[in-house]
Design a protein around this ligand. Structure first.
Ligand code: IMP
Length: 180
């Protein structure tokens, strides 16, 4: 029988096991090691959702790699131009460095587009995105992530850092919303 969990009012069934996630994450770390050989890399993990993925990725990278954690904040500026975005906690020197953004999920792509333009303003040598999950059917952004662990259907998922109304982040596996 498929493992199920209830979070708040919703039921979810097991989607990707801990073993499968870890196998793919380890392969991804090897891919990054090989693609960035001899380069100075800075991993920027997006909080809150990417904390578990970022932890497993960094543990599997067997070379020097700096990592920092940032939060995306959107607030109403004083101008009439609408919303202003910022990355809270980003104080790292980026000139001549290769930035790898670590994301939990790229859904519509709106968040990652904002993050990339904020990072590019710091003049890094390059910026690429490494995401645990990518929903191709929902994506309408400008920057498709170069590094994707799992392409998934357009259904809500929780676990391994991802939440449903702030719960479910501590699950070691990924779970998918059950159809009603
Ligand atoms: P975006 O639509 O690509 O901008 O994604 C925005 C944010 O929505 C992601 O960083 C996640 O925090 C959240 N999100 C999107 N899809 C899911 C999901 O299936 N489960 C949990 N969070 C999600």
């Amino acid at each position: 029988m498929t493992k199920e969990v209830q979070i708040h009012d919703k039921h979810f069934s097991l989607f990707i096991s801990e073993e499968e996630i870890f196998g793919v994450v380890k392969k991804m770390a090897k891919q990054l090691e090989s693609d960035y050989q001899g380069k100075d890399i800075l991993l920027i993990a997006i909080l809150n959702g990417a904390f578990m993925f970022a932890s497993d990725i960094i543990k599997s990278i067997k070379r020097d790699a700096e990592i920092t954690f940032v939060k995306v904040s959107s607030y109403k500026g004083t101008q009439t131009t609408g919303r202003v975005d910022e990355l809270i906690g980003l104080n790292n020197q980026m000139e001549n460095r290769h930035v790898i953004v670590i994301e939990d999920i790229v859904d519509t792509g709106i968040t990652i587009d904002k993050v990339i333009s904020l990072i590019k303003a710091n003049d890094p040598a390059s910026v690429e995105v490494c995401t645990l999950l990518f929903k191709p059917e929902a994506f309408k952004g400008k920057h498709k992530p170069k590094y994707i662990c799992f392409e998934i259907p357009n259904k809500f998922v929780v676990g391994y850092g991802l939440d449903y109304n702030e719960l479910g982040r501590n699950l070691k596996e990924l779970y998918q919303l059950k159809e009603a």
